[in-house]
Design a protein around this ligand. Sequence first.
Ligand SMILES: C[S@@+](CC[C@H](N)C(=O)[O-])C[C@H]1O[C@@H](n2cnc3c(N)ncnc32)[C@H](O)[C@@H]1O
Length: 340
Amino acid sequence: MSALPATRDDRAIWDNWLAMYRFPIVTVADTIGLFAATSAHALTTGELAAELDVDARALGIHLGLLAALGFVERREGRWRATATTRTWLHPEAEGYYGPLIHQYRERQPLHTQLLATLRTGNKAEGHVSAADEWERGEMPADMATWLTAFMNAHSRAAAKAVAQQPLLASIKSVLDVGGGSGIYSIEMSKAWSGLSATIMEIPQVCTAAEPYIATAGVGARVRTQAVNMFKQEWPRDYDAHFFSNVFHDWSDATNRLLAKKSFDALPKGGRILLHEMLMDDDGCGPLPAAAFSVLMLLATRGKQYSLPEFRSILEDAGFTDVEAVQTGGGYYSLVSARKP
Ligand SMILES: C[S@@+](CC[C@H](N)C(=O)[O-])C[C@H]1O[C@@H](n2cnc3c(N)ncnc32)[C@H](O)[C@@H]1O
């Protein structure tokens, strides 16, 4: 049987993949007493973190998924248990599901890992992660090969959608920062015959990307360049810097550094493009972004950001005209801004 061509709609796969966080996020909230605390009074993230003695940043990400699932709500910045939670998840409620929850939780590695994020504030030991290698700017070749294949798989549909965006019409050269397999550069160059792209990556990922470029037959316009984006000078004078799923790996402070490096290396009028799954402005969903944010908490130093959070990072770096459009590829949006 021959394979069908890739479409731009792989949401069923994402929904299935990210569903794995739904139940453990509830077993962990039950364990730390979150449902009782938010049933008693409305609290800010910081107040709730202090009351439960957990890390506030990690708790904020947990709360985003709990809200997207309908177990807490946020009004005027304060979190409260919903009626569903007060009826079925409060330990003193007649309908408390505790006996069922407790049977499952100890057998779930994700329960232990998610609990650890709240206790330590860090990515979880035992969960797939490359954050330490990325920070160093190098990794073993076999790790670069499987991780690049992993990213390529989840970015195929989204890359086709990015390549259709009209703003690419005015862009001739793209620096694909942390471009992985180069799938976005490949699809952009296939869609726009006048566009060329450079995948800026750590050396072992540059090597891993080469077969993808060769197979796509775009080697004349897509190339790789080994640059540690934190420690080394960036190449200059590209029309646009494209970052897909890069800012979600890092803290607000690190993203401010990346935005500044991008601003300094772009020419006047150059564009920064952030391809990300955006959180709603209030941080309470949507469900795919909230679940993806939990994956980022477990595996990276980041989370999924909202447009106001990106606006603050980009405007503080000097960019103007910040806006976002949904790309039509899965659940992704493209945030763009301009160097004046
Ligand atoms: C989450 S992946 C995204 C890959 C691709 N852009 C996509 O959306 O499929 C983040 C990428 O950033 C790259 N990266 C991480 N640290 C880096 C560094 N210090 N210098 C250059 N690239 C880095 C990683 O190798 C990885 O390919």
